[in-house]
Structures are given as C-alpha cells and as structure tokens.
Design a protein around this ligand. Structure first.
Ligand SMILES: [Zn+2]
Length: 297
C-alpha cells in the first residue's frame, strides 16, 4: 500500500459491520420524534412544549450519551424478549416486581428493561408536573421521548440486535438510522392525529414492545433475502460525509430494502411520535392538569 492509498484507507470509516451498533433510532430520527410529538398536544401543554421544542429535539439523544457514563443506563434502551422465558402460568406483560421474582435483577439488567423503565419515567414526569419544576419536566420529557422511540424499534426487542448471529452486522444502524435519514423527509407522512390520554400506559407500551419483537424476524429475514437476491457489488458504497469518506449501505440497496419493508419504518416512526405525545399528555393529566411553568430565563 503506497502512502496515498494508505491515508485514503485510514480516512474511511466503516460504518456498517464494524461500528458499534447504534443506540436507538439514530440521532436524526430521535430528534424528529420529539419535535413532531409537540404538535400533537392540546392546549395549554402545546404552548409550553412549543416554547421549548428546540430543547426537546436537541436533548432527544441525551439518554444514549449517558450509556457511556452510567452502567445502569444501557438496559433501559432495549429488551431482548427472546432471552426471557416466561413460565406457562404467566404471559406478557408482567409487573416489575413479578419480573424480579421470576428472572432476578441481574438477568433483567443483562437482557433489558425498556417497557418497565418507560413506566417509571412516566411517573417521574407526572411528579415533575406536580412540582411545577420546569427543568425536570423538560429533561424527563426529552428522555422519555427517547425511550419510547427505542421501544418501537424491532431490533431493540431481540438479542440478535445487530444481526450478529446471522451474519448481518450493521443492520441495526441500517434500519433505524440510514433508512429514516434517506426517506423520512421526502416520503413520510408525519401529520398525525392528536395525542390521546392512556388509561393503561403500562400495558399500552408493552403492546408496542411486543409488536417490535414480532417484527424483528421480518426485519432480519427481508434483508437476508435481499442480500441473496441482489448482486453483492451494489450492497455497499462509499460516500462523502462532512469531508470524510464513509462506507455504508448504498442508496440503491437501501431503497430496495425500504420497499420490501412495505412502510414498516414509517409506521414505527409515526407510532413513536404519537406515543411520545400521548405519554406527555397522560403524565400531565395524571398530575391533575396543573398550571405549567412560566417561561424561565
Ligand atoms: Zn437509546
């Protein structure tokens, strides 16, 4: 390798296959979810959240950043449902105390706790509304938006989360980052019906998580079939991003995969947005619909 090709080699970032799997919907999609959720809220929540919409979007990925600093953070973003074997006498969902009893805390921390954690965060948001604590409301609202988004991603509900068991490493970021980045702005309809009050937020989020787990096989199978059907030469491509050359799934391959998924990514993104707005609204209603903090400094 001569000097020139060597430097070229080292400026290539291998996004697919070698990078650590992304940590939830990508940065772009998490921002999009929190941002669009604001517009589904009724007054006076809409007015308050609209003032702080930039904060909610900018902090949509704080929870992912914490994963590097806090050991307990990681399992809050996923649940490897296939790793949990429920006794015949039980079926999903089960409460947190029951889960601790059946699986033990260590096992839960290892295989993920996202649906239980969202319920805890909903309670914390409710308390923040009760205390009229603007900073806490915004911080928790941004975070719960993140966790709810993650709960809607099929590969966050399976142990084969990056296709590592099926020779599909890289599929995690492909599905949740590359596809929304390529198609959301041009093709997705993100105008949604207003947020709703959730009578049973816990079973409601569990339903979404179970849907995610049920879709994980499809996400993996369709990519595998496509990989066999198309010429491998067109699968990956190099492109410039912020002055660096990166290797990523090609637009052509992404487009073919996206078509075969028949709207799944758009559907999960729409559900995420609506769910986030509905959780914000539900926490406020359960707090007794208190006055909202005034715009602060
Ligand atoms: Zn995450």
């Amino acid at each position: 390798m001569n000097r020139r090709s060597k430097s070229f080699f080292f400026t290539i970032i291998f996004l697919a296959g070698f990078a650590t799997p992304s940590l939830g919907w990508g940065f772009y999609a998490h921002r999009l979810i929190n941002y669009h959720a604001v517009f589904l809220l009724p007054s006076p929540l809409f007015g308050f959240f609209k003032i702080h919409i930039r904060y909610l979007a900018d902090h949509a990925t704080d929870a992912d950043s914490r994963r590097y600093a806090i050991r307990e953070e990681a399992p809050r973003h996923y649940i490897d449902l296939d790793r949990y074997r429920l006794p015949d006498s039980l079926q999903w969902p089960i409460t947190w105390p029951m889960a601790v009893l059946v699986f033990g805390e260590d096992s839960l921390q290892q295989h993920g706790i996202v649906p239980w954690w969202i319920f805890i965060m909903k309670f914390r948001l409710q308390k923040a509304f009760e205390k009229n604590d603007r900073d806490q409301i915004l911080k928790i609202a941004a975070d719960i938006g993140h966790y709810i988004g993650d709960a809607h991603v099929p590969l966050h509900a399976t142990s084969n989360h990056n296709g590592q068991f099926t020779d599909q490493s890289g599929i995690h970021a492909f599905w949740e980052s590359r596809l929304p980045e390529l198609f959301a702005e041009q093709e997705y309809d993100l105008i949604l019906s207003p947020a709703v009050y959730l009578r049973e937020p816990s079973s409601w989020i569990w339903e979404r998580v179970l849907e995610s787990a049920a879709s994980a096989d499809t996400v993996l199978r369709i990519e595998k079939e496509l990989s066999y059907a198309l010429n491998q030469d067109i699968k990956m491509a190099y492109e410039q991003r912020n002055g660096i050359v990166i290797r990523n799934y090609s637009k052509r391959y992404a487009s073919a995969y996206h078509d075969r998924l028949e709207g799944m990514v758009e559907r999960r993104l729409r559900y995420s947005i609506h769910a986030v707005a509905s959780f914000w609204l539900t926490a406020w209603v359960d707090a007794g619909q208190p006055e909202l903090p005034q715009k602060g400094p």
